[in-house]
Design a protein around this ligand. Structure first.
Ligand code: C2E
Ligand code: MG
Ligand code: MG
Ligand code: MG
Length: 283
């Protein structure tokens, strides 16, 4: 790799990088028009506290006619680099709000959490866009949650904090996603007026086998408690992990143990079964 060849190397472009760039260009051109071709859908994954479902996270799915299903971890970064994320993110927000309104009308109200990329959040009219979406769907802000990552903080923490305060005035909740995965200082992240921390699934996985990992989660949950923040553990796949994160102070859980992300119709069925079964994991 170019990196390992030292500062004096002129060879800055490795064939692997070239392949990567090509793959990204392919993805980018496939992404163009994908929205108009109706290739995106949203799936929803429940979040659970005790035996109650507290809400769902909307997760984007893309099926391209040639490439097939492309996972968001691959296409979201490309969409962000190419600004396609702006119309795409607006579509996600609109769809999620429409679905939240539908659940309200059906008598099964659910808060919907939407992932927001740094580039979307940075738009000067982002708060107005959110407000407009709520109005369009006659949805109160409380039924919407926005998941942001610490990548938006690196730019300007005061500006980010200000925007989050404005969103909270609309009733919208803001949570910090992938917590622990980045490098921002805890002290600066704590300046943000957020309402929840989501612990990245890698930390949950790691903590199962490493005591240091457990201490880290414990530290996060005690800071969160002191600051009156909810803590969501992501990627909980086993009973063992569930018991562990609960013992470490995570009050909410999201993961395959309860349910995979699924289309809205399937979620309605899952919810009915969940309630009928008294809300046990797996059932
Ligand atoms: P995220 O926001 O941290 O979402 C959680 C990811 O963990 C989702 O992956 C979900 O399917 C996965 N997950 C949930 N439970 C488990 C589990 O028990 N085990 C494992 N191994 N994974 C689990 P997904 O759907 O592939 O999304 C990946 C990332 O793509 C998301 O991470 C988010 O950063 C981004 N993303 C997804 N949808 C959107 C979107 O609409 N807008 C933006 N900006 N980003 C999105
Ligand atoms: Mg998320
Ligand atoms: Mg996450
Ligand atoms: Mg993630």
């Amino acid at each position: 790799q170019a990196k390992t060849q030292g500062k004096n190397s002129y060879r800055v472009f490795h064939p692997d990088m070239e392949a990567t760039v090509h793959a990204q260009e392919r993805l980018e051109s496939a992404l163009r028009g994908a929205l108009d071709r109706g290739e995106f859908t949203l799936h929803y994954q429940p979040q659970v506290r005790g035996s109650a479902v507290t809400g769902v996270e909307a997760l984007l799915r893309w099926t391209h006619h040639d490439l097939g299903e492309v996972p968001p971890d691959q296409f979201i970064p490309v969409a962000e680099d190419s600004a396609i994320i702006l119309p795409l993110g607006a579509w996600v927000l609109d769809q999620a709000a429409a679905q939240a309104a539908r659940w309200q009308a059906a008598g099964t109200p659910l808060r919907v959490a939407v992932n927001v990329s740094p580039r979307e959040f940075a738009q000067s009219d982002f708060v107005e866009r959110v407000q407009g979406t709520l109005t369009r769907h006659h949805l109160r802000g409380e039924w919407l949650e926005l998941e942001v990552t610490e990548r938006l903080v690196v730019r300007d923490i005061e500006a980010a904090a200000h925007k989050i305060r404005q969103l909270r005035r609309l009733g919208v909740l803001v949570s910090l996603d992938d917590f622990g995965a980045g490098h921002s200082a805890l002290s600066s992240l704590m300046k943000l007026p957020i309402s929840a921390l989501k612990i990245d699934h890698e930390f949950v996985e790691n903590a199962e086998f490493h005591e240091g990992g457990q201490q880290l989660i414990q530290a996060i949950t005690s800071v969160a408690r002191a600051m009156n923040l909810a803590v969501v553990a992501e990627g909980v796949e086993t009973e063992r992990q569930l018991n562990m994160v609960r013992a470490l102070g995570c009050d909410q859980v999201q993961g395959f143990l309860f349910a995979r992300p699924m289309p809205a119709d399937d979620l309605a069925r899952w919810l009915a079964e969940w309630r009928a079964g008294g809300g046990q994991a797996g059932g």
